[in-house]
Design a protein around this ligand. Structure first.
Ligand SMILES: [Zn+2]
Length: 465
């Protein structure tokens, strides 16, 4: 009996291994086709019109025998959820993406943004990297998990929930916001994998930045007051010139350097391998925890806008308004500041510092609206480890780091519900390709699409073991 059982286990071994190795040539082609189909459905938001994409996802997943839920929260918009059932040994994991895209300036594109054309190893199209590329990789992952594990008699230790949202690019009222408010039960999970990270190629280095926390956006109004009257009689204390002085002071103000735990690991790990020596040293210094070295390193990193934005709160003046006619001195002039706080930092402290910098009792500074400030997701969780291990298997030279994103994402809504949410962009790209996100000639390298699909699949296989 013992012997037979051992023999049986031996015979089963090749099958179990086969169950985890998809036919990647076929999977690569299939992912590309799904992505092309989705790019060809124009979901520019506004108006969005994501329903046809959701119907497409629904038909593909249904045909594969996967449970689906398609909702139309308002005409033409859609919320879509699909589910692979696990044993329930662990709580579910969400794979999410958004179906809407930002609009295009067609005249500045060298290809039709909705034709999904392939040229020189790239697939072009609006949404190729934001976010239909990830949606296609997520879709393929669901199909592969079903075919290669479940259909072969294997088991997942937790449910895998596929979520495709509308309206992410316009605030998410008809997307994740709607889903959370109306179908919370369908998206109850321990972990979520969303957009929001980077897989950045810098010279010979490729690093995978997994977003586990994000900056918090605030709207702050700066209002200057002054005497009004006929423009023919100039008045000192004119509200517009007063606002100008206040804005100049705000522009010269730097928020203090604060190194969050995520940023410390981010710079510490990257600094050791960063191709540019001086920048690498500054990163290591910032991560050192030694006040003098942190200050010296921060000084260097502050000259690089993307790094400056993760070591302190950011303040950008974005709107100015004041006056009603060219010959009337207004009594009020207002500027809007877009403030991006590091998580956990008080907006009231920022306002207090700005008031001090402006130093003018006739200038009011007030918070107009606030984003969601949530605790960071752990960068030592099984989900984070699964991503890092999947990366290592695909390319041992790549470095996976936790990442505090400067932009706000839907993940904040999930973190607010107590989920551990992570943002990735699993497609290796140089800065130039990534900058096309929301810009012209958006494109994805075909090799990166394949890599990203393997990465998501590899991470999901690990986290559902
Ligand atoms: Zn996006």
């Amino acid at each position: 009996m013992m012997r037979l059982r051992a023999l049986g286990a031996l015979l089963l071994l090749p099958l179990a291994m086969a169950a985890q190795t998809p036919d990647w040539n076929a999977a690569r082609d299939e992912t590309l086709q799904h992505l092309q189909r989705m790019i060809r459905i124009n979901t520019s938001n506004p108006p969005g019109n994501e329903l046809p994409v959701a119907q497409y996802l629904d038909s593909v997943l249904k045909a594969a025998g996967i449970e689906t839920h398609l909702f139309e929260p308002t005409p033409g918009r859609a919320a879509f959820v699909a589910r692979l059932r696990g044993t329930g040994a662990q709580r579910p994991v969400i794979l999410m993406g958004h179906m809407d895209v930002v609009g295009v300036e067609k005249a500045h594109w060298s290809v039709d943004p909705f034709a999904a054309e392939i040229r020189d190893g790239y697939l072009y199209g609006r949404g190729a990297i934001d976010d239909k590329g990830m949606l296609a990789a997520n879709l393929e992952t669901m199909l592969l998990l079903k075919r290669n594990i479940i259909d072969k008699g294997g088991k997942l230790s937790r449910d895998v929930i596929f979520v495709a949202n509308s309206d992410e690019e316009a605030g998410g009222e008809w997307g994740m916001g709607w889903l959370v408010a109306n179908h919370r039960d369908l998206i109850d999970a321990e972990f979520a994998l969303n957009e929001g990270g980077r897989t950045r190629v810098v010279g010979k280095l490729t690093y995978v930045a997994v977003q586990n926390t994000e900056k918090v956006p605030y709207g702050v109004l700066v209002t200057a007051h002054g005497p009004g009257g006929h423009a023919a009689i100039p008045l000192s204390g004119n509200a517009i010139t007063r606002l100008g002085r206040a804005l100049a002071a705000i522009g010269a103000h730097d928020e203090p350097v604060v190194i969050k735990p995520t940023t410390r690991v981010f710079f510490g790990d990257l600094g050791a391998v960063w191709p540019e020596k001086a920048v690498g040293k500054a990163m290591v210094d910032v991560a050192s925890g030694d006040a003098k070295r942190v200050a010296a390193g921060a000084k260097v990193l502050a000259t690089i806008p993307v790094f400056n934005a993760v070591i302190r709160n950011g303040i950008s003046a974005t709107l100015v308004s004041g006056g009603i006619r060219s010959n009337v001195i207004p009594t009020e002039a207002t500027a809007t500041l877009n403030v991006r706080n590091l998580p956990g930092e008080s907006i009231h402290d920022v306002v207090a510092r700005l008031k001090k910098a402006v130093n003018d009792p006739l200038v009011d500074i007030a918070v107009a609206d606030s984003g969601v400030d949530t605790p960071a997701s752990s960068f030592e969780s099984p989900m984070f480890t699964a991503i890092a291990d999947a990366v290592k298997e695909l390319d041992p030279a790549m470095v996976t780091v936790p990442y505090l994103s400067t932009g706000a994402t839907d993940s904040a809504r999930l973190r607010a519900l107590g989920m551990q949410a992570y943002g990735i962009l699993p497609f290796p790209m140089a800065q130039d390709d990534e900058d096309r996100m929301h810009g012209n000639d958006e494109r994805i390298p075909l090799k990166s699409l394949e890599f990203g699909t393997k990465l998501i699949y590899g991470a999901m296989v690990r986290v559902t073991r």
